[in-house]
Write a protein that binds this ligand. Structure first.
Ligand code: BGC
Length: 375
C-alpha cells in the first residue's frame, strides 16, 4: 500500500482535529448491540445510501458501523439509508439499484467482493452519483474515494501479537485462518502478518502448519476448517492467526473442545465485546482496535462534500492515497490508525467509550476487570 509521507503527516493532523471534534460532541458510545440514533433525524436532509456487506462475518457492521454511520451522517445534515446485503451479492446489487433510483446523492459501499462493488460503482457513476469505498477497496473499481484503516498495519499488529503470545517456544507450530479471498482487506491483513511471520518461518523460529482463507469470512466455516487442520496435525498447535474476532471465537470453541484454550495464543481484530471478553478470560491473546467512529465520521464528511459536488472539500478530508494494483491507479483515501490490544490495555477500548465495561465485565471476567480498573 503506497502512502505518501507528506500526505500521511497532513492526515495525522486532520485526524487529531477529528479526535477533538469527536470528544467535543461527547462521543457517546454506540457500542455493540446499541442502536445508536441519538442524533435527531435529518428530515429533508440530503439522501445518501450506505450498503454494508454481511452480518455474520463480524459484529462490527451492525453493532458499530451502522449506528455510528447513522449518527455521523445525520450530524452532517444527511439523510442516510443504511442497508446490509447479508453476504448476498445479488442483494447487494438490488439494494444499490434501489438506492440509485431513489435519487441518493452519494453512495457508500462496503462490498462483499471487488467485482460486485465495482459493478455497483460503475452503475452509480453512469448516473452521476459519487461513490465512496468504505473499509474495503474495490480493486479495479472506479470509486472516487476510499475510507479505511491502514490494513497492512492491522496485519502487522496481528503478527507481532502472535509472536509475543508464543514467546520463545522454538519451532512453534502456527495455523493461519484468514479472511475472504474476495475482500482486498484480507489480502492486506495477510501481507502485513507476513512482514513479521515470513522471516520467522524462513529461519525455522516458527513453523507454518497450514494457512486457509475463509469464504465470506464465515465464522462457523472458520471453526470447522481450523478443527480439520488441527486434527490433521495430530492435535498440535502453538499459535493461531485468526483474521478477526469472529473467526477467533469459533477457533477458541474448538480449542476448548480439545482442552487447549488459554494455552494457545489466538489473534483477532475488531475489539468486539466477545473478543474482549475472550481476552480477559485468557482464551484470546490480542485484538486490533479500529475506532470506527473515526471511519464513520470521515465517510460522512466525504459523502456530505461529494453530495454537494464540492470535491475540494472532499480532497481536504482524503489526503492520503492507496494503490489499486488491478486498476493501476491511486485512490484518494483516508487511512486511520489501528491499535494493538492485549489483556493489559483492554481499558483503552472501554475508556474510548467504544465498548461499555458492562458488556465485557461478566461473572467470569469480573476479577480481571477489577484488576485492570475497568468499570
Ligand atoms: C474488515 C474487518 C472485518 C472483516 C469481516 C474486513 O474487511 O476490515 O474489520 O472483521 O472484514 O467482516
Amino acid at each position: 500500500m503506497a502512502i505518501r509521507k507528506a500526505a500521511l503527516r497532513a492526515s495525522v493532523a486532520a485526524g487529531l482535529g477529528l479526535a477533538l471534534t469527536l470528544s467535543a460532541c461527547g462521543a457517546n458510545s454506540a457500542g455493540s448491540g446499541s442502536s445508536g440514533g441519538s442524533a435527531a433525524p435529518a428530515a429533508g436532509g440530503v439522501k445518501v445510501g450506505v450498503i454494508l456487506p454481511e452480518t455474520d462475518s463480524s459484529a462490527r457492521w451492525e453493532g458499530f458501523d451502522k449506528p455510528m454511520l447513522d449518527k455521523a451522517m445525520r450530524a452532517e445534515g444527511l439523510d442516510p439509508d443504511i442497508q446490509n446485503a447479508q453476504g448476498d451479492e445479488q442483494k447487494f446489487s438490488t439494494l444499490a439499484d434501489g438506492m440509485i433510483s431513489s435519487g441518493v446523492k452519494a453512495l457508500v459501499i462496503a462490498s462483499i467482493s471487488s467485482d460486485g462493488g465495482s459493478a455497483v460503482a460503475a452503475k452509480a457513476k453512469a448516473q452521476g452519483i459519487p461513490v465512496i469505498d468504505y473499509d474495503r477497496l474495490n480493486l479495479g473499481g472506479t470509486s472516487d474515494y476510499y475510507v479505511s484503516f491502514d490494513n497492512e498495519q492491522v496485519g502487522a499488529l496481528q503478527g507481532q501479537g502472535l509472536v509475543k503470545g508464543i514467546g520463545d517456544r522454538a519451532g512453534a507450530q502456527v495455523i493461519e485462518i484468514e479472511g475472504a479471498p474476495t475482500d482486498n482487506n484480507a489480502t492486506l491483513f495477510y501481507n502485513g502478518q507476513q512482514t513479521v511471520l515470513k522471516p520467522m518461518y524462513d529461519s525455522g523460529a516458527l513453523k507454518l502448519v497450514q494457512k486457509q482463507a475463509i469464504d465470506k469470512w464465515d465464522n462457523q466455516v472458520g471453526g470447522t476448517t481450523f478443527e480439520q487442520i488441527l486434527t490433521g496435525n495430530g492435535g498440535k498447535v502453538d499459535g493461531v492467526v485468526a483474521a478477526n474476532d469472529g473467526l477467533a471465537g469459533a477457533i477458541v470453541t474448538v480449542l476448548t473442545k480439545y482442552g487447549l484454550n488459554g494455552k494457545v495464543p489466538v489473534t483477532g481484530q475488531d475489539a468486539t465485546a466477545d473478543g474482549l471478553q475472550a481476552i480477559l478470560r485468557g482464551d484470546q491473546y490480542m485484538t486490533v482496535f479500529k475506532p470506527i467512529e473515526q471511519e464513520a465520521s470521515s465517510a460522512a464528511k466525504l459523502a456530505a462534500a461529494l453530495a454537494k459536488g464540492d470535491t475540494a472539500a472532499a480532497d481536504a478530508v482524503a489526503t492520503q492515497t492507496v494503490d489499486d494494483p488491478k486498476g493501476n491507479r491511486q485512490v484518494k483515501s483516508v487511512l486511520l490508525t489501528p491499535q494493538l490490544i492485549t489483556k493489559d490495555n483492554v481499558k483503552v477500548v472501554t475508556d474510548a467509550g467504544y465498548v461499555k465495561a458492562s458488556e465485557i465485565c461478566v461473572a467470569e471476567t469480573q476479577a480481571a476487570c477489577d484488576q485492570l480498573g475497568i468499570k
